[in-house]
Design a protein around this ligand. Structure first.
Ligand code: ZN
Ligand code: ZN
Length: 195
């Protein structure tokens, strides 16, 4: 199974947005070192959470569970990969117009399919049309679809601390690092109104 097939198997279907994540991750991986001098593993920062995120997780090994996948939702197809240390990081950003190059009508159709509002015929029409854009994203020269820049990644929060606190309001136990003190009570983030 090649990498694209692996990504499809993980995600469940092939789509244009998955292809963007795939190309972005491949490009970023080719631009950073495999490990830093300190032997760190890379960290990824994504700016949308959707199909593309699955491709990034499969190719880079940076996952939510492994705590090496961070999210800053800006609505941009921008992916940062690298090391918080001196080894540096690269940010890969989709160029304007790439996703809309098949026209407004196609984007509307994609919206309908993504939101589960498309009928059988519309779905078929979509899958026929998306093939062209997906192949373009998969095969175009990287510099035609992405801009790249060197950036600094902020340090990953320190490791787990297994110290627990009980919330004075809901009585549920939680990691102490997440505690809020409000008017003499110790509260979980939910009860403190932070979430
Ligand atoms: Zn998808
Ligand atoms: Zn609580």
């Amino acid at each position: 199974m090649d990498d694209w097939q692996k990504v499809i198997a993980f995600h469940g279907h092939a789509c244009c947005i998955l292809a963007i994540g795939y190309r972005a991750a491949k490009l970023a991986l080719s631009l950073i070192r495999e490990t830093s001098d300190e032997g760190e593993q890379p960290v990824a920062l994504v700016e949308t959470v959707d199909c593309s995120t699955d491709a990034v997780q499969v190719l880079t090994g940076c996952t939510f569970g492994g705590r090496r996948l961070k999210v800053k939702e800006t609505g941009k197809y921008a992916f940062t990969l690298g090391y918080p240390s001196t080894a540096g990081a690269v940010r890969v950003v989709l160029k304007p117009g790439v996703l809309s190059r098949s026209g407004e009508a196609f984007l509307k159709l994609m919206e309908k399919v993504a939101n589960g509002e498309a009928g059988v015929e519309e779905k078929e029409q979509f899958y026929n049309q998306q093939e062209y854009l997906m192949q373009y994203i998969l095969n175009a020269p990287a510099e035609e679809i992405f801009d790249t820049q060197k950036v600094k990644l902020s340090p990953v929060p320190a490791g787990f601390k297994f110290q627990f606190t009980c919330c004075d309001n809901c009585r549920e136990e939680f990691l102490s690092a997440y505690a809020y003190r409000v008017y003499g009570k110790v509260l979980c983030p939910t009860c403190a109104g932070m979430l």
